[in-house]
Design a protein around this ligand. Structure first.
Ligand code: UT7
Length: 333
């Protein structure tokens, strides 16, 4: 029996209109465009300003884009996974709501939480459902409304994150294209360095947790940076080795967009030319689960059938990993 591979057959993306530029941030906290650009590579990020809209809004918009561009029949979707660190609500799945809103009436749906590695883990999970032979169309959404958990008086985090999301449809592929290999890792000792202290079961919300800003992201940047640089580069080099590939063989690195310096270090370890590295951090910042599908969305017209892609991510938890995938589509334009 030939092995079933899970390939990406359609994709979409969405970012809100409002641009929070470095110049605007200079007026909000003590920072400079020069500091942000040189330390992170970010120039602007998008913020979802619409009152009462959460992460599901970003996901639904991305799916609507995919449906329009790729003629996807939503009623055929078997499963919808929403990868997010900012669900619409702590209880009641965002994925279920998205599935109902788009009319994916036959799908079951659930959320997947792995911070900035969420979409990477989601790709892996979706491919396993496809490979089982039981599911034919699995939609993976990666979206985050980071502005809902960021303290805009904390210059160490507010310059980094933005809102946005994307999605990919995965289907069985008869030619063997799609997910070829993966390395996924986690280390719970890392949670002290990147977390939201309150609002969970350890420290439920109270007047005090609100007054002391404990519902916002807290990050020890340097510590996270250290782990991110070494671990993301390690797994990216390892996945090449495991598949007898060199940097020359790889067509695209699809790296999580947390910091341009982390991305550069990963590409260097893989001995990859700069032109083969997907980058949009300058326009969107770190959209957590949104970064990888937003890269595919931005670069979709440069991707060709058979291209070899390496996805790599690192995030809170800690969580990290790399996926090697071959592209199954020809450019639309
Ligand atoms: O995606 C999930 C995983 N997250 C990551 O991968 C993020 C990893 N970490 C990073 O990308 C970097 O650590 C940051 C971009 C968050 C920070 O850059 P850094 O080069 O590590 O800066 P730092 O934290 O070591 O701070 C250097 C200095 C400090 O001042 P002193 O102590 O040297 O006087 C900070 O207070 O820069 C100061 N600083 C700022 N200055 C201007 C921190 N934030 C800012 C700011 N503007 N926004």
């Amino acid at each position: 029996m030939t092995k079933i591979t899970a390939a990406i057959t359609a994709l979409g993306g969405y970012v809100p209109e409002f641009k929070l530029t470095n110049k605007l941030l200079e007026e909000m906290v003590e920072t400079t465009d020069e500091w942000i650009t040189s330390r992170t590579g970010i120039k602007e990020r998008r913020i979802l300003k619409e009152e009462g809209q959460g992460t599901s809004y970003l996901g639904i918009k991305a799916i609507e884009q995919m449906v329009a561009d790729y003629n996807v029949e939503v009623t055929d979707i078997d499963l919808l996974i929403c990868c997010t660190a900012t669900p619409d609500m702590p209880v009641a799945s965002t994925a279920c709501y998205i599935a109902s809103e788009i009319g994916a009436t036959k799908a079951f749906a659930y959320d997947l939480m792995a911070a900035c590695s969420g979409f990477l883990y989601g790709l892996s999970t979706a491919s396993k459902f496809i490979q089982s032979g039981q599911y034919k169309k699995v939609l993976v959404v990666g979206a985050d409304k980071m502005s809902s958990i960021i303290d805009y008086t904390d210059r160490t985090t507010c310059v980094i994150f933005g809102d946005g999301g994307g999605c990919v449809l995965m289907e069985p592929n008869e030619e063997g294209f799609g997910v070829q290999d993966e390395i996924l890792r986690s280390d719970g000792n890392g949670r002290q360095y990147l977390k939201i202290d309150a609002g969970g079961s350890i420290l439920p919300a109270s007047a005090e947790t609100v007054a002391t800003n404990k519902h916002f992201v807290h990050q020890e940047g340097q510590q996270v940076f250290k782990f991110a640089v070494s671990n993301m580069a390690d797994v990216s080099a390892e996945i090449l080795e495991n598949n007898n590939l060199t940097g020359d063989d790889v067509d695209w690195l699809v790296p999580h967009q947390a910091n341009l310096r982390i991305i550069d270090a990963t590409a260097r370890r893989m001995k990859l030319d700069k032109e083969k590295v997907m980058i949009n951090i300058q326009r969107y910042g770190n959209t957590t689960c949104g970064t990888l599908p937003l890269l595919l969305w931005d670069y979709q017209n440069q991707l060709h059938k058979g291209d070899k892609l390496v996805f790599a991510a690192f995030g809170g938890g800690f969580t990290w990993g790399a996926i090697y995938l071959t592209w199954a589509l020809n450019p639309k334009k």
